[in-house]
Design a protein around this ligand. Structure first.
Ligand code: GLY
Length: 397
């Protein structure tokens, strides 16, 4: 009798805890966090004197953004953040600053491509600007940017060259990050650009899927190919802990990038790739739910986190949730994204008054000892994107 009573009490306690946890998650409102984030973004913007300065990171001990120029791979994220802040608030000052910051990047579209990052630089800035304003000049710049990016395509390999680094060692590089730049090309192919842009994007995604996704559903950061025969030589890392480790941000570029590739092509292999990368990522998350910079760093639990990977995963999973047909899967990825967003919206990840950024604790390039455990602009960009996606989703329910 006593045992039965204890059992009933125990089960009731578990059910009650689950119900309160569910309530807590259901109660999280992106609206409030967006409101306070927009205020922070406006304040940070008011301290930027030069329109050609773009926030990139906040080094330890500082409170204001460190700036980079238009040619830095991160230049497009700040104008993108301004567009998202404008989208949420409809604030005319934000729109005006978003336009100025975006237009300071125009020359990138017309300069020879230095690397694949032109997609990050111009789709986050001009892409959002065009989506929200439908300005014809922005469309022209985007189409030019797509053509410039396409000059890096190598038909022998079937992929876009990522960076011309270590050319002697890795003849033709393709990194998983590059999956994110296909959105610009897919967009251009549908909006007056060459249809060839669609074909090369689809091919790039296939080559990445076939060679950079490992059997256990983790990703190599970089695939090295023979630039003439197209042969896959090896999978290595550039920003991760080891060639065979799971670099957190790389995994999330894959989650998000393959979801977009499916959305644009309808090829189910891309959808299934995004699903399996996501499931593997979720299975390996540490107890507090925010990834370490690399899942295989032997220093874990004393290794730095990467809030940017969490933000990219959250936004990517909301994209994925909108694409899967199975209702259970839809709910799984939506809930997982909500949990990440909620965690990022609280201490120790949300910065509060600590500095100009929204999020703390991202890691840029650990092997180079660069940007470790600091605010980085792309974390804020994908966090704002994820919050807006969640807000729209909740409004449609
Ligand atoms: N190379 C882009 C990144 O750091 O994720």
């Amino acid at each position: 009798m006593r045992i039965r009573l204890s059992l009933i009490l125990f089960v009731s306690f578990i059910l009650f805890s689950c119900a309160s946890k569910k309530k807590e998650i259901a109660q999280f409102s992106p609206e409030k966090v967006l409101d306070q984030s927009v205020e922070k973004i406006k304040e940070a913007q008011s301290s930027i004197q030069n329109v050609s300065d773009f926030p990139r990171n906040i080094p330890e001990g500082q409170t204001n953004w460190e700036m980079v120029g238009a040619r830095d791979w991160c230049s497009g994220f700040w104008p993108g953040i301004l567009w998202y802040a404008y989208e949420h608030s409809n604030d005319a000052g934000l729109k005006s600053n978003a336009m100025k910051s975006t237009e300071a990047l125009e020359k990138i579209a017309y300069s020879p491509a230095e690397n694949h990052d032109i997609g990050f630089m111009l789709y986050c800035s001009y892409g959002n600007g065009y989506r929200l304003t439908k300005k014809e000049e922005y469309k022209k710049v985007l189409l030019a940017a797509a053509d410039t990016l396409a000059t890096l395509y190598n038909p022998n390999v079937g992929s876009i060259l990522s960076w011309p680094i270590k050319k002697d060692e890795y003849d033709h590089n393709t990194i998983v990050d590059n999956m994110m730049n296909l959105e610009l090309l897919f967009w251009a192919a549908k909006n007056g650009g060459s249809k060839h842009l669609y074909e090369l994007s689809e091919s790039h995604a296939k080559v990445t899927m076939d060679n950079l996704v490992r059997d256990d559903a983790s990703m190599f950061h970089l695939g090295s190919f023979n630039g003439e025969s197209g042969e896959f030589l090896k999978g290595v890392t550039h920003q991760g802990y080891a060639d065979d480790s799971m670099w957190a941000r790389g995994q999330t570029w894959g989650i998000y990038g393959f979801a977009i590739a499916y959305r644009e092509t309808g090829n189910k292999d891309f959808l299934n790739t995004s699903i399996k990368l996501t499931d593997h990522f979720l299975e390996r998350l540490p107890e507090d739910g925010i990834p370490y910079w690399d899942f295989d760093d032997p220093k874990i639990p004393n290794a730095p986190k990467d809030a940017s990977a969490a933000a990219i995963a959250a936004s990517g999973m909301l994209e994925l949730a909108g694409l899967v047909e199975d209702l259970e899967q839809k709910q799984k990825y939506t809930e997982a994204a909500k949990i990440l967003i909620e965690k990022l919206s609280n201490a120790p990840y949300y910065s509060g008054d600590a500095n100009q950024a929204l999020l703390l604790h991202s890691t840029g390039h650990h092997p180079r000892n660069s940007e470790i455990d600091v605010p980085i602009v792309y974390a804020d960009y994908y966090y704002m994107e994820a919050l807006l996606r969640l807000k729209k989703l909740e409004a449609s329910e």
